[in-house]
Design a protein around this ligand. Structure first.
Ligand code: ATP
Ligand code: MG
Length: 376
């Protein structure tokens, strides 16, 4: 076990890194963040910030030298960076687990190899690939860049093969996946923690609403029938085992109108849909990340209250600050801001959790608060 007093390394300086830093520092660890941006959410609160590119070998060597263990908040860290660090210190998740989730095509093939279904898809690497599937593919569809996408970026909805051609060209013909657009009944996700000895602890399944491809709200308990929720948890655990994963991770699922449960994406890190755990679970997803990294036993993941989480994107700022007074004067509301200076549309600036005796009441307060925040 790596015990308090030790130093932990975090690759990436975003909000997920920041919430890891807070959890680790609360438990008595020191944290060093490696991040190229001089003013990042995690970097500004860390014990030390190494301001360098993720691929800077001198910086990586320094991080490995100073840290008892290193983790990441960002799946697009080159797997070679993690394998470099693995030779020098404790690293979780592994470079191999990360490399299975960085490319959508590799990820989907891996998920299918475990007997878990994904949305019907085709690999698009050339215009000829589009010609080949033009007659057989079921539209509407969504084309997604295979690598480096997040928050719906690098995606386009396509109703015809010609739409796919145009979108593929607009994406500079990078490797893509074309996914059948699923008729969604719901979206859910599951966050779990898996230890070095393979024990898995699951947080309760959350129900997610996305707006323009970006998570808007998470509700727990979800309205998903218990059997379906259980199935999603089993699938996520199978994926974690298959990856030999160590740490906190999440799996996003589509539930179709036909009742199919399809794995959408794996997040090899804590997940936005797990932010409810900060206020509504005995242990947060970030404390679990610290615990798994350090070889400590898992904390209790039980839900302590019905909860609705709402994301605060830069859009909510408009030309001024949101009305924090209205949010903070409601005792049910818990505000989390990430310390980002510039509020841009679509940029994740923070979130708030609403805790109530019932999901209905939490939903009501969440909707009202979100509206009041933006009122002129
Ligand atoms: P993030 O990493 O932030 O979750 P992303 O850019 O990786 O986002 P996806 O998870 O692939 O994007 O898609 C974002 C959202 O768009 C989904 O949660 C869903 O609401 C919608 N979406 C994506 N693909 C499909 C699909 N095949 N059918 C129906 N809806 C979809
Ligand atoms: Mg997603």
């Amino acid at each position: 076990m790596i015990l308090p007093g030790a130093t932990l390394g975090m690759l990436g300086g975003g909000q997920l890194g920041r919430m890891f830093v807070t959890a680790a520092q609360t438990m008595g660890y020191k944290v060093i963040v490696l991040e190229p941006d001089a003013n990042s959410p995690a970097g500004i609160i860390a014990d030390q910030h190494i301001c360098a590119k993720y691929t800077d070998e001198t910086a990586l060597a320094q991080l490995a030298e100073l840290c008892d263990a290193v983790t990441t908040e960002f799946e697009n860290i080159p797997a070679t960076v993690l394998s470099y660090l693995e030779a020098k210190t404790v690293v979780h998740p592994s470079s191999q687990a990360l490399s299975s989730t960085q490319n959508r095509l590799v990820e989907k093939a891996f998920i299918e190899s475990l007997g878990i279904s994904v949305a019907p898809y085709a690999a698009i690497r050339s215009m000829a690939d589009i010609d080949a599937i033009a007659d057989s593919f079921t539209f509407p569809a969504i084309i997604k860049a295979a690598s480096f996408g997040y928050d719906g970026k690098g995606q386009a909805v396509c109703d015809t093969a010609d739409d796919v051609r145009a979108a593929f060209a607009a994406l500079n013909e990078v490797e893509c996946v074309l996914e059948q657009r699923i008729n969604l009944e719901r979206e859910v996700s599951t966050v779990l923690a898996r230890s070095q000895s393979g024990e898995v602890t699951n947080f309760p399944v959350s129900e997610n609403v996305h707006v323009n491809g970006i998570l808007h709200s998470t509700t727990v308990p979800s309205s998903v029938p218990e059997q379906q929720a259980q199935k999603a948890v089993e699938m996520a655990d199978t994926i974690a085992d298959g990856l030999g994963y160590v740490g906190t991770m999440a799996v996003e699922f589509f539930i179709s109108k036909e009742g199919d449960i399809l794995a959408n994406e794996i997040a090899p890190r804590p997940h936005n849909s797990g932010h409810f755990t900060l206020d509504a679970c005995e242990t947060s997803q970030f404390e679990q990340q610290v615990r798994m990294l350090c070889g400590l036993p898992s904390g209790n993941c039980e839900l302590t209250s019905p909860v609705v989480m709402i994301n605060l994107l830069g859009d909510v700022w408009g030309s001024s600050q949101p009305h924090w007074d209205t949010l903070l004067s409601q005792p049910e509301n818990k505000l989390h801001l990430y310390g980002k200076k510039e509020a841009r549309p679509g940029r994740k600036m923070g979130h708030f959790n609403v805790l109530s005796d019932t999901v209905e009441q939490a939903t009501k307060v969440a909707l009202q608060t979100f509206e009041d925040l933006q009122a002129d």
